[in-house]
Design a protein around this ligand. Sequence first.
Ligand code: GAL
Length: 380
Amino acid sequence: MKKLLQFTLMALLVGLFSCAKEPLKPILSGEIWPDNEGVHVNAHGGGVIYHDGTYYWFGEHKSPNTSSALVGVMCYSSKNLTDWTNMGVALAVEEDESSDIVRGSIIERPKVIYNEKTKKFVMWFHLELKGKGYSAARAGVAVSDKPEGPYKFIRSGRVNPGIAPYDMDEQAQAEMAALDAKKYEKWWTPEWYEAIDKGLLLKRDMPGGQMSRDMTLYVDDDGKAYHIFSSEENLTLHIAELSDDYLSHTGKYARMAPAGHNEAPAIFKKDGTYWMITSGCTGWDPNEARMHSAPSIMGPWTKHPNPCVGPKAEITFGGQSTYILKVPGKKDAFIFMADIWRPKHPIDARYIWLPIQFKEDGTPVVEWMDSWTLDWFDQK
Ligand code: GAL
C-alpha cells in the first residue's frame, strides 16, 4: 500500500512538472550573455532571422585585442531568444592573402536574409580590405543552403557604379555633373551642405561605385529585399534594391538624409509606415540615436526626435543600433538590438535588447529596462 501511494505521488509530481511551463528567462541588457557552453555570445553588430521555428543570430566574431576579423561571422541558434547554442563560424575568414576576406580584414555588421525563390540564405556585410583601414568601404555577399552555413563568399565591391539615384531627374543629374569639388573643400558650410545634397560625393564615386559601410538588410512583404548602408563618406544613407536572388543590386536606389551623417541603420515596418533608427558617427563611442519614418522604403523620410527614454537615453544607453527584430507570432512585437562596444577589449562588447513601445500616435519609443521577459509583448 505504501509503495502504491509513493508511486502515485511520484507520478503526480512528474505530471505536474511536465505540464508546468518553464519560466521565461530575463533579457538583461549590458550583462554577459552565456551561450550553451557558458561563454559570452560573440556575435556583434549582428541581426537575427527566424526560420522553421528557430532563431538564428549572426554577428561579428570579436577577439580580445582587435576588432579585425580573425575568425569571421558567427551563428547562434535559439528556440526562445534567450538560450543560445553556438553553431560555429557561418562565414570563415580565408587564409589566402589574395582573398578579399583574408584573416585580418574587417568584416562588420553581417545580416542574413532568406530567399523564398532560390531557397538560399544570403549574407551581406561591410568589408574593409586587410591593411587598408576603412578606405575600401565595400559590401560583401555570401550564400548558403543552410541558415547556419557554411556561407560561400561570392564577391565584394562598391555599389551601383555609374548609376544615379532613381529619383534624380535629368536636370538634377546635370547639376550634379556641373559640381566642382575644388570649391567645396571646407566641410559643414551652407554651400558644402548644398553640394553634398546635389551629389558632390555621389559624382566622385560614380566610376568605381558608391561607398558601403554600416549596413542592414530588409525584406519587404512583397519579397523584395533592400540593402541599406552608410555611403558618401558616411554622410548619406543609400537604400538600394537587391535583385530577385538577393545576390546583387538592381541599380534602383534612393538617398536618405544627405549630409545627415547616419550610421548603424536598423529598420522595421508597422501599419504601412517604415521606421528607421540610426546613430550619429562617433566611431565606437555611443551617441544619440536618430529616428526617421517614411510611407515607402524609398522615402520621402521624415526625421523624428531620439526614440530612447531612460538613463543614458541621450547616448542610446551606451550602445549603437544594429537591428530590429520582428518577433513572429506576436502582434506589433519588435526588439531593438544595439551593441555596447568595448574597443579596448572587443570580445567583451555587450548587447542591448529592448522592446519597442508605441505612443498613442504610433511613434516608436525605446525605453531602458534593466530586465524584461518576452511575455512583455503579451501584457501590453
Ligand atoms: C562605428 C561603426 C562600427 C565600426 C566602427 C569603427 O561607427 O558603427 O560598425 O565601423 O565605427 O570605428
